[in-house]
Design a protein around this ligand. Structure first.
Ligand SMILES: [Zn+2]
Length: 285
């Protein structure tokens, strides 16, 4: 499929999703487009709690795929948890829902980590959800650390004359199922480039956001003043553009000018300076 057709399909599918799934995904119920509902947030708690939660998650993950790596799971988890790419490999398990994890994919063992890699090959554990979600305005939520970083980002942008809204933050698996189903109904071939299979969306992590100067997705966002500002400064607050132009072959998604992922300042700076996607970065270290 050529790029123009993909983008055309993308626009059509996004519009369809907005029309069909709008109530849950795209909330325009509040917010003035500038400071919508921002609240002061406690800092630093998410990171400190990470280790305990990761250990707990390790156990849950092993329960999910007990036959695949009965003895090596612990080693793999401890050696890889720093780079966020830790996984337990294994084949699909039919959990009885309509969207079982596809064969050949893995389950991440460290979903609590802000640097975890979740993508088409690395799924969230069944039943996992963030425990520290907070409101970021507009009916949207992010994990506490990402929300704090968002507030800093928005304040810095505003100081330079730019404002934006988070039009999609955390999504439940049910919301992701609804979105993905709508895309699939419209275009089964193109849908996987536009929407994540349930349990593989960064939005389910609570660490990703779709931003807009208004309340619509803009494919030309990076060409605007706001987009240029984000390109120059988002990493300074821990955010990276997750699905850049020309990287569909790596990320599996079309260019999404609006989708930013929180990975923390350190990793964001490395990603920014390297010019790599998260997939490429983890593959390169
Ligand atoms: Zn997104």
């Amino acid at each position: 499929m050529d790029k123009k057709r993909k983008i055309g399909i993308g626009i059509a599918a996004v519009l369809l999703a907005l029309a069909l799934g709008g109530a849950a995904w795209y909330c325009s119920s509040s917010g003035d487009g500038k400071t919508g509902g921002e609240k002061p947030l406690a800092e630093g708690t998410a990171t400190e709690e990470k280790d305990d939660e990761e250990e707990k998650q390790d156990e849950e993950t092993e329960e999910e795929a007990p036959d695949e790596e009965p003895s090596e799971g612990e080693e793999e988890i401890s050696s890889e948890e720093e780079n966020g790419g830790s996984t337990n490999s294994g084949s699909s398990q039919n959990t009885g829902d309509s969207y079982p994890r596809p064969a050949g994919t893995s389950v991440v063992s460290n979903p609590e980590s802000i640097t975890v890699l979740v993508n088409k090959a690395n799924f969230l554990p069944e039943g996992w959800a963030p425990s520290d979600l907070v409101s970021v305005g507009g009916g949207q939520q992010l994990r506490a650390e990402a929300a704090t970083a968002l507030n800093s980002l928005k304040a810095a942008a505003k100081a330079d004359g730019y404002t934006f809204n988070v039009i999609s933050g955390y999504r439940t698996k049910e919301t992701q199922i609804s979105l993905y189903s709508n895309y699939m109904a419209q275009d089964p071939e193109g849908a996987p480039y536009l929407s994540a299979y349930p349990r593989s969306s960064e939005h389910e992590l609570g660490l990703a956001m779709d931003i807009s100067p208004d309340w619509s997705l803009h494919y030309d966002l990076l060409e605007t003043g706001l987009g240029k500002w984000m390109t120059a400064h988002a990493h300074e607050y821990g955010w990276i553009l997750r699905y850049p132009e020309g990287k569909t072959g790596v990320t599996g998604y079309v260019f999404e000018a609006w989708h930013y992922r929180y990975v923390g300042k350190s990793l964001a700076a490395e990603i920014k300076s390297s010019g790599l996607t998260l997939e490429e970065y983890y593959g390169s270290i």
